[in-house]
Structures are given as structure tokens and as C-alpha cells.
Write a protein that binds this ligand. Structure first.
Ligand code: SF4
Ligand code: SF4
Length: 239
């Protein structure tokens, strides 16, 4: 049934070409979500009690509801789940407060699976949602450690809202207020051994994480491959 703006569960029927996508394609994508071995453990039906919504921080700030996620998945509603993959799933902060569901559901876990399929399949929604995080992905995967305070810029942390602008504009002040060493670094908080970095790279390679990066950002993927090929050679490891 086509989505209309009167449907209480659908948000906007024009989201990311939602109306143009063939039914078979939606079934293929949602089929991957449901075929995931975790799916059955994350969903046992829904009482519609709303406890997950009350606990969910994202529901406070967005037109988002873990209950809608659980219900769509419990009803196997292909159209609605596909639409949620275009927008809703990127509004979840993956805090898993919704685990207090009395039915034993894990709406945040269902969202994790939906995100993984969206990234693996290179959906536009995944590329859009992750576009601002390229330099963070690059930093973590190329150094094996966290972002430095200097990287806290509004365009790199689009979902932080005005907070990140405040931090970036007043970093000197933050540094004077907060003594920990990591606030003062401009590169990384600590150095990760090359051997560890290479091991992480092999894990990302073997688990398909790097293929997922290639789907959302070909440029970053190429740079990471170059860096890692060099490190693999230095460590004498052949893949
Ligand atoms: S994991 Fe997502 S859906 Fe669950 S409570 Fe946190 S933000 Fe809400
Ligand atoms: S807490 Fe569980 S049963 Fe209640 S609405 Fe959320 S998913 Fe459904």
C-alpha cells in the first residue's frame, strides 16, 4: 500500500526516493535484516506499552520512536521498515536504554542490524548520515586511537548541535579548566603500537568492516588501504 502523509507510522513519503524503490528491492534489503542471526533475539513482539519511548533520549529530540521500530519489525512491515532505514535508524544514539522493554525486545539492536545492512548496501541514507564522520573514521582506523580535542569541529560532529561549536570556539578555556593530559594533545592521547594497528586492520578486513567503509567513502577506504599496506610490509605480514 502506498504511504500517505495520513499514515500515522510513516513520516514523509518522499524520504530518499522511498516511493520509487521497487517492492522486490525492499524485500531483498529487509530480508537481509531479518536473516541476521541476532534478529530473533532482539524481537519478541510488542505490547505497545511505550516504556522504550519513555527511556529513549532520541525520542525526546527527534520525531523518532523505538516502539515504531519494534512494531514495524514485529509486523514484518516491509514498506515501513524500508522507510525507517532511510531516516529513523540514524536518529538512534545506540545507548540501549530501550533494553528495559518488559517484552525482552531490543529496538536499538534491531536498529544496529538495519544500519549495518544500510551501510553494507551503500544506501544513500547511510552515506548521508556518515558523511560528517569521515575524518573520525580515518583517525581511528589509521592511528588506532581516539580523536583529539582539536578535531571537535561542528562539521565533523554534526549531531552534537551547538555544544561542539562552543567547545571548538573555547578550546583554550576548556584546556585550562580540564587538566587531563588528553585535553592538551593535538594528535592522539596515546600511541598505539604498529603491530596492534595491523592486527586491528586484519580484523576490519576479515569481518568486512573495510568493505563497509568502501561503500560509504571510497576515498577514505583507498587512503586507509595505502597506509595499511605500508604498515603490513613493515611488519612483514602478507595477506
Ligand atoms: S538505543 Fe536507540 S532506540 Fe534504544 S533507547 Fe537508545 S536511542 Fe533510543
Ligand atoms: S517497551 Fe517493548 S513492548 Fe513496550 S513498546 Fe517498547 S518494544 Fe514494545
Amino acid at each position: 500500500m502506498p504511504a500517505t502523509t495520513l499514515d500515522p507510522y510513516m513520516k514523509r513519503d518522499h524520504v530518499a526516493g522511498h516511493m520509487d524503490v521497487e517492492r522486490e528491492e525492499k524485500e531483498r534489503l529487509i530480508g537481509q535484516v531479518m536473516a541476521d542471526s541476532r534478529f530473533g533475539d532482539y524481537l519478541y513482539g510488542c505490547y505497545e506499552c511505550g516504556i522504550c519511548v519513555a527511556a529513549c533520549p532520541s525520542a525526546r529530540f527527534y520525531d523518532f520512536s523505538p516502539r515504531r521500530i519494534a512494531q514495524a519489525a514485529a509486523r514484518r512491515d516491509i514498506d515501513l521498515m524500508f522507510q525507517q532505514m532511510q531516516e529513523d535508524i540514524w536518529e538512534c544514539s545506540q545507548c540501549f536504554s530501550c533494553l528495559r522493554c518488559p517484552r525482552g525486545n531490543n529496538p536499538g539492536g534491531v536498529i544496529t542490524i538495519m544500519r549495518e545492512v544500510a551501510v553494507k548496501e551503500g544506501l544513500h541514507s547511510a552515506k548521508d548520515a556518515l558523511a560528517g564522520y569521515s575524518r573520525i573514521i580515518y583517525k581511528i582506523m589509521s592511528t588506532g586511537t581516539q580523536v583529539s580535542p582539536d578535531m571537535l569541529q561542528p562539521d565533523a560532529f554534526p549531531d552534537w548541535g551547538p555544544e561542539v561549536k562552543d567547545v571548538s570556539e573555547n578550546l583554550d578555556l576548556w584546556r585550562r579548566m580540564l587538566p587531563p593530559e588528553t585535553m592538551h594533545t593535538t594528535t592522539t592521547g596515546w600511541k598505539v603500537a604498529d603491530r596492534t594497528l595491523v592486527e586491528l586492520y586484519v580484523i576490519w578486513l576479515e569481518t568486512g568492516a573495510l568493505d563497509m567503509i568502501a561503500q560509504v567513502d571510497q576515498g577514505i577506504h583507498m587512503i586507509l588501504e595505502e597506509i595499511m599496506e605500508e604498515k603490513l610490509e613493515e611488519e612483514g605480514i602478507e595477506i
